[in-house]
Design a protein around this ligand. Sequence first.
Ligand SMILES: [Zn+2]
Length: 440
Amino acid sequence: MKIRQLRRWAIGLVAGLAAVGAQARPNAEPVKTDPGNATIVLTGGNVVGIDGEGAIRDAVVVIHGDKIVAVGPAGSVTVPQEARIVPMDGKWLIPGLMNMHVHLGLKLPGAEGAALASETDPELALRMAANARKSLLSGVTTVRLVGESHGVDFALRRAIQRGEVIGPRIKTAGEIIVPTGGHGSLETDGPYGFAHAAREQIKQGADWIKIAISGGIADTHGSIAAAPMTDEELSTLIEVAHRNGIPVTAHNGSPAAAEQSLRLGIDCFEHGYYLTEANLKEMKAKGKWLVPTIVVSQAGAREFYKKIGSPEWYLERVDSTGQEHWKMLQTAIRMGVNIALGTDQFPYEPNGGTTATVAEAELYNKAGMTPLQALRAGTVETARLLRIEDQVGRIKPGLYADIVAVEADPTADISALRTIDFVMKNGVIYRDDAHGVMAD
Ligand SMILES: [Zn+2]
């Protein structure tokens, strides 16, 4: 142990000096966002057994272009001659983390939100780009955006795909479609209104449709427990989305709205604050999804809301909702409902001494998941929710090279995720603290 620490210290020192050297060089090479035909080989790390098959110790992971081409113990995998070798020095390699409830343009009630009240779209675009970069560097390689505005999310997704902006892989639901007075920005009424709004989002490139079928913690009117949409509105919207091959998720805290929308074929719920055992039982039976965003209602959130200057009434609502939310999550885990990790805070937002994404995984573990289940909730399960298991979510040949490294085995202790210091997306290393790499 001592020797390993000493070795790490020495490597850190060399990396530190290299980083200083890089800063001193005016023409230091920036991180290229296109992996081209390069071959990178990660050596000397341990690949976590994400399907419970046990870890690969002293692993070799070969990446060609943006894909993983080989994974195995040292000696069993041929290392191509032209490859760039990146030593992982005993670190643990996990699939890139995925966060399924993100608003890169998030504004909340309070002083910080008020300061953004007159934000223009160009300002919003730049702020979202900065948030995308920070999200990626925190270890989150894929996000699902569930409510942005004015089409900036579609523009940002294109800019990231073109390599103009650094950020995670984006799946987006566009704007939140709601009945007048609902918890979202795109208001409409009647079945035709909802059909039109859904088709508009799909036309712009939405991968999901997001609606709000109940109120939220931040609302000053209406009840979280109400179900304000009519059957006709909800069923028309779901039918239109499904006919286009697009799934529908709903902001929902209401048992009545859950019962109604499950009957009409909804795919996923966000938050689920007050869902009952009967709701969860039906979700389990139908294979529906829950994205808990438990971090928004627990102790770490209070600290955060205070920091951003949220009013006292809001903090009180967070506390009372939090207790029910926690019980609901414990029940959902016990019943084996499909759970995909999402935070409703920026993926990198400080929360409980780590990031919101990692805090969310730790809370799943505390609420009843094993560390492996908590890790899967943010990798394998999220890929399954997005229906892209054939592309991401595992460190496996044929998949995109989205790989994060941590200091210890997160399937033994989920808090190992607090030590993320290496981030690769699509075969490009955006962050490698040990070797002084940090994309700017
Ligand atoms: Zn949200």
